[in-house]
Design a protein around this ligand. Structure first.
Ligand code: ADP
Ligand code: MG
Length: 238
C-alpha cells in the first residue's frame, strides 16, 4: 500500500510541453485508471512516477517522502508494460526471479517468492517453459509475476492487455482486479479503453493534452461529467 501525491508535475520534451501541470492524490490501496486519447500523456505521467523520465518541474511524494530525485529501483514500485519484454532465452522461473537474483536475494527466498507468485497467477506448471511456448495471456501473467515477486508498494500498468484478443482481455481484467484485492497494493493502470476503466477503477483520471480534466469514481464521472470532453470520453451515450 502506498499513498501517492503528484504536485504540479510538469514535463517538457525539448520545447514541447507534454504535461503542462498535473496534480493528483492517490490513496493507499486504490485502483486508479488513467484514460485519455492516444498521445495525451498517460505513459509519460506513469514514467515520471516510475522515475523513467525526469520531471521538468513539480514534486512526487510516496508515503510523505519526496521520491522524484530517487532512482526507479528505490521508489518501491514495479511496472508492467504492454509489450511483455520477457527474456526469450530464460524460462518462466528465470524471468520471474531475475530482478531478485540481480539484487542478490537469498536463494530460498527467491524460490519462495516465485512459487507464491506462480500460484497466484496459475503458472506453476509452466515454470520450466520458455516464453515462446506460452500463450499471450500466459506471457502477460509472467510479466505481472515479475512485478509481484518484488513486493512493490505500487504497481504501474501501461496498457497491459492491449495486445491480447478480446476474450482474453476480459479474463485478464478480472484477474488483475482479483490480484488487487489479494495484494492490497496501490495500482495505477493506463488504458485508452473506456470499458476497462469503468469496470476496473476505484477512481478514473481523465487526461486530455497532458491535463487532468477530471478525477473521480467511475459512476460519478459517468453521471456527472465536469465538461464535454469527459462526457464524450466516458459519459453516458445519451
Ligand atoms: P499516451 O501514452 O497517452 O499515448 P505519451 O505519454 O506516450 O501518450 O505521449 C504524450 C506526448 O508526448 C506525445 O505527443 C508524444 O509524442 C510525446 N512524447 C512522449 N515521449 C517523448 C519523448 N521521449 N520525446 C519527445 N516527445 C515525447
Ligand atoms: Mg502510452
Amino acid at each position: 500500500m502506498a499513498h501517492i501525491v503528484m504536485r504540479d508535475v510538469q514535463k517538457r520534451f525539448g520545447n514541447v510541453e507534454v504535461i503542462p501541470g498535473a496534480s493528483l492524490e492517490i490513496k493507499d490501496n486504490e485502483f486508479v485508471v488513467f484514460v485519455g486519447p492516444s498521445g495525451c500523456g498517460k505513459s509519460t505521467l506513469l514514467r515520471l512516477l516510475a522515475g523513467l523520465e525526469d520531471l521538468t518541474a513539480g514534486a512526487i511524494e510516496i508515503d510523505g517522502e519526496r521520491v522524484d530525485h530517487l532512482s526507479p529501483s528505490r521508489r518501491g514500485l514495479a511496472m508492467v508494460f504492454q509489450s511483455y519484454a520477457l527474456y526469450p532465452h530464460m524460462t518462466v522461473r528465470e524471468n520471474m526471479s531475475y530482478a531478485l537474483r540481480v539484487a542478490r536475494t537469498p536463494k530460498a527466498e527467491v524460490e519462495a517468492k516465485v512459487r507464491e507468485a506462480a500460484e497466484i497467477l496459475q503458472l506453476t506448471e509452466y515454470l520450466d517453459r520458455k516464453p515462446k511456448a506460452l500463450s499471450g495471456g500466459q506471457r502477460q501473467r509472467v510479466a505481472i509475476g515479475r512485478a509481484i515477486v518484488r513486493d512493490p508498494k505500487v504497481f504501474l500498468f501501461d496498457e497491459p492487455l492491449s495486445n491480447l484478443d478480446a476474450k482474453l482481455r476480459v479474463q485478464m481484467r478480472i484477474e488483475i482486479t482479483k490480484l488487487h484485492r489479494r495484494l492490497k497494493a496501490t495500482m495505477i493502470y493506463v488504458t485508452h479503453d473506456q470499458i476497462e476503466a469503468m469496470t476496473m477503477a476505484d477512481k478514473i483520471v481523465v487526461l486530455n493534452e497532458g491535463r487532468i480534466e477530471q478525477m473521480g469514481a467511475p459512476l460519478d464521472l459517468y453521471n456527472d461529467p465536469d465538461n464535454k470532453f469527459v462526457a464524450g470520453f466516458i459519459g453516458s451515450p445519451a
